[in-house]
Design a protein around this ligand. Structure first.
Ligand SMILES: NC(=O)c1ccc[n+]([C@@H]2O[C@H](COP(=O)([O-])OP(=O)(O)OC[C@H]3O[C@@H](n4cnc5c(N)ncnc54)[C@H](O)[C@@H]3O)[C@@H](O)[C@H]2O)c1
Length: 308
């Protein structure tokens, strides 16, 4: 059955919706745009690469997981590409941007999504047990990686005086007690970097925003909580990358997140974060910049000390 394509046209009077029949996906919000997604091989990045491609974007998936990244790009569209890129290594990020520019001539959306949680065992949670090398490793990927992404994305976007940079922060970048120390510091830094970059790049018509998700049962979170018991205690396998989780493990993690959540009767999924990224990437958010779009069902707004 043909679907209805909804197009909008902005006039001084407001938005006019125009509908016409179409056999393809309805209303492609990123038609013809060029979007880079780092950490795009799995999890939130994969869901976003899929959604962006569905909405007509030419997607460049960047990751250190070559096999998964290649496979994903091949499944998206003939316009999708995979580029190996360690976001903490500047020559890789520079090459990612250069390859994208030579293939597509421009970058409209750069999604700095790659990130690591870092390893931390139950016995090494305390700040007094902080492993400085581990701190450096987390900051290298999460902060240096995002800063380099912003730097090289801006290099591509400033000459065109347009573009949009999005980064994945976290609820751990909004308040304390939601992640290990290094991770929390790194995610707070992403929110700060977003505001500063938005401040500078606004003069060039470039929008810079970030997204702060609550728990999504991706490989990162499932592995981090692998040994979590019924009492919600952390296990010893904090964030070690033990491969893709099974369906059972995903369901168990989702159940645990639902238990901790403020908003009941809903399960946060990677697709929900991809939808937030789609909003920030598209025309619908054309005046939104320097913003941290928190997708947490109210967790960071609701302490509920008085038992409402
Ligand atoms: N899952 C959650 O609950 C959650 C919550 C808040 C924020 N986040 C953030 O979302 C982002 C995506 O995480 P996810 O949950 O999809 O995890 P994930 O582990 O499933 O995916 C992360 C991806 O990033 C890639 N990556 C890691 N280091 C990289 C590097 N140096 N260079 C390039 N790619 C690299 C990995 O190979 C992987 O494909 C991260 O920034 C994470 O901190 C996740």
């Amino acid at each position: 059955m043909p679907s209805v394509e909804v197009m909008h046209e902005e006039t001084h009077q407001g938005i006019h919706l125009m509908c016409r029949e179409n056999s393809g996906p309805s209303y492609r919000r990123l038609e013809g745009k060029v979007a880079v997604v780092t950490g795009g091989a799995r999890g939130i990045g994969e869901a976003t690469a899929r959604l962006f491609a569905w909405h007509g974007a030419k997607v460049v998936v960047a990751d250190v997981e070559d096999a998964a990244g290649e496979l994903l790009a091949a499944s998206l569209s003939p316009c999708a590409t995979f580029v190996h890129c360690d976001v903490s290594h500047e020559p890789d990020v520079e090459r990612l941007v250069d390859i994208t520019l030579s293939k597509h001539g421009r970058i409209d959306v750069f999604f700095n999504n790659a990130g690591v949680l870092g390893s931390q065992s139950k016995s090494r949670k305390s700040i007094m047990e902080l492993d400085a090398d581990e701190l450096d490793r987390v900051m290298r990927v999460n902060v240096r990686g995002v800063a380099l992404g912003m730097k090289h994305a801006a290099r591509a976007m400033v000459p065109r005086q347009s573009g949009c940079i999005i980064s994945t922060a976290s609820v751990a970048g909004v308040m304390g007690g939601l992640g290990p120390h290094a991770y929390t510091a790194s995610k707070h830094a992403i929110v700060g970097l977003t505001k500063n970059a938005a401040c500078e790049l606004g003069a060039h018509g470039i929008r810079v925003n970030c997204i702060s998700p609550f728990g999504v049962a991706t490989t990162m979170l499932v592995n981090a909580w692998r040994d979590v018991g019924d009492e919600g205690e952390e296990g010893t396998a904090m964030a070690m990358d033990l491969g893709r989780p099974s369906e059972d493990e995903v369901e168990k993690t989702e159940a645990l997140v639902r238990r901790l959540a403020n908003l009941k009767r809903a399960t946060l999924r990677a697709r929900d974060i991809a939808e937030a990224a789609l909003y920030l990437a598209g025309e619908e958010s054309k005046y939104v910049s320097g913003h941290n779009l928190v997708v947490d069902g109210g967790v960071t707004s609701a302490m509920n000390l008085i038992g409402l």
